[in-house]
Design a protein around this ligand. Structure first.
Ligand code: ATP
Ligand code: MG
Length: 420
């Protein structure tokens, strides 16, 4: 039988050491910071009925039109891999009556998302997001808190050089008027828009504003700005948010052209970008979605959230962070079978205290065991042979600092505690 070499599917990748340590660091920091804001973890399935996504994200969005992994399952149901997290969390919120919990209800998630996109730098078919959703608080204070939490996370993991952009895209009251203003602005220029935007003109003209095509960039010069068309409620909400962000000393810029690729947003939208990322430069993005819970059949519930793209964050961290892979704190180099067994027992004791301990292979030479310890960047190497077993004194070496000495077997734990 000939053997076959398998490869990951296009746009999907394994995440391996040493990168995985950066992933873990980001995830741990996120959990820690989110908990100080009272956000709790929620885990939803990676697959849902297709309509959970198509109805909420919007039938005419790129995600639903082109990017969803949609299948018919064996029971003839149309199911899709989740392309983002919000729709599933809202489905769960309504299904589990989470509105009955004390308000505001605050959740976070972390996990893989799937979009059938053309793979390129910063864009994969399976990618990971960490996201948050806060329900039942319509105040701009919640917008400010969520944005502050994102800022804390990014600075907590050591990301520098990112910038916040915010916008308000209005609500059901003021957006129709703005939409009309846009339609009349683009009516003469429609033929000069890209093919996607020709379609967007009828279906979703706001999206022309963040089209990346150069012809559309040109055509939209001088277009009416959403922020000049906000109703009284949306305007004061947006102004208050800006005051609060200044109070929290979060720097941001206004970007009236940022409309985002999902239909469910209302009022506040925001995006974090990095200059160091090239074309796919958005690290995280989010906004308010005050109508979505109702659209899912739940009670009228305002909400706001964001999602952060892990691959792009890791890419940035790799540019700057010192890559410190964890290493064993203790390595026993063992000479002979009896020493090997004794160290196995010792290692168990030290591991119970949370130390990473490795035991060398008694069948190989001291030299090759030392080489292995060195490659693993071990802090302390202890040498154990028949003599040491008899005397109860161990020789130790600190590989990095070249210090060495002896320590009583019964004092090992004390010795290590003093060293770390
Ligand atoms: P993009 O600018 O890449 O098209 P988007 O508007 O589609 O982003 P959102 O749906 O708002 O992105 O998702 C939030 C974040 O998730 C993005 O800012 C990005 O960091 C990340 N992201 C989105 N799509 C992908 C992908 N295909 N591969 C990797 N990361 C992605
Ligand atoms: Mg996209």
């Amino acid at each position: 039988m000939s053997s076959q070499q398998y490869k990951t599917l296009k746009g999907m990748q394994d995440i391996l050491p040493p990168d995985i340590f950066l992933w873990q660091k980001v995830e741990q920091t996120a959990r820690q910071i989110f908990s100080t804001y009272g956000f709790q973890e929620i885990r939803t399935p990676v697959m849902e009925s297709t309509s959970v996504f198509s109805r909420s994200i919007g039938e005419s969005t790129d995600i639903v039109e082109k990017e969803m992994y949609t299948f018919t399952d064996k029971g003839d149901r149309s199911v899709s891999l989740r392309p983002e997290g919000t729709a599933s969390v809202v489905r769960s919120y309504v299904e589990n009556h989470l509105d009955k919990l004390p308000a505001p209800q605050k959740f976070y998630y972390a996990g893989p998302m799937f979009r059938y996109e053309r793979p390129q730098s910063g864009r994969f078919r399976q990618f990971y997001q960490i996201g948050v959703e806060a329900f039942a608080d319509s105040s701009p204070r919640m917008d400010a808190e969520v944005i502050a939490m994102l800022e804390r996370l990014l600075s907590g993991i050591g990301l520098e050089g990112v910038s916040f952009q915010i916008n308000s895209i209005g609500c059901g009251q003021c957006r129709p008027g703005y939409r009309d203003a846009l339609l009349s602005f683009f009516s003469e220029k429609k033929e000069d828009l890209c093919d996607d935007c020709k379609r967007r003109y009828d279906k979703n003209p706001l999206r022309i504003l963040d089209c990346k095509a150069s012809t559309c960039r040109q055509q939209r010069q001088g277009a009416p700005r959403i922020t000049d068309h906000l109703c009284e409620g949306c305007r004061t909400h947006f102004e208050k948010l800006q005051t609060l962000l200044s109070l929290l000393q979060i720097s941001y810029s206004l970007n009236p052209e940022m409309v985002r690729g999902l239909d469910y947003y209302t009022r506040t939208t925001f995006e974090v970008t990095s200059q160091s990322l090239g074309a796919q430069n958005a690290v995280a993005a989010g906004g308010r979605y005050d109508r979505l819970v109702k659209e899912f059949g739940g009670p009228e519930t305002p909400a706001i959230g964001f999602a952060l793209g892990m691959e792009r964050v890791i890419e940035l961290l790799k540019l700057t962070a010192l890559r410190s892979a964890p290493s064993p704190s203790v390595f026993f180099a063992v000479l002979g079978d009896a020493a090997g067994s004794a160290c196995l027992v010792l290692a168990e004791q030290l591991r119970k205290q949370g130390r990473w301990v490795e035991v060398g292979d008694a069948a190989s030479s001291l030299k090759s065991q030392m080489r292995r310890a060195d490659r693993m960047a071990v802090r302390h190497v202890f040498i154990m042979g028949d003599d040491e077993l008899r005397s109860g004194m161990l020789k130790w070496k600190n590989l990095a600092g070249a210090a060495q000495g002896e320590v009583k077997l019964s004092d090992m734990e004390l010795f290590l505690a003093g060293q770390s």
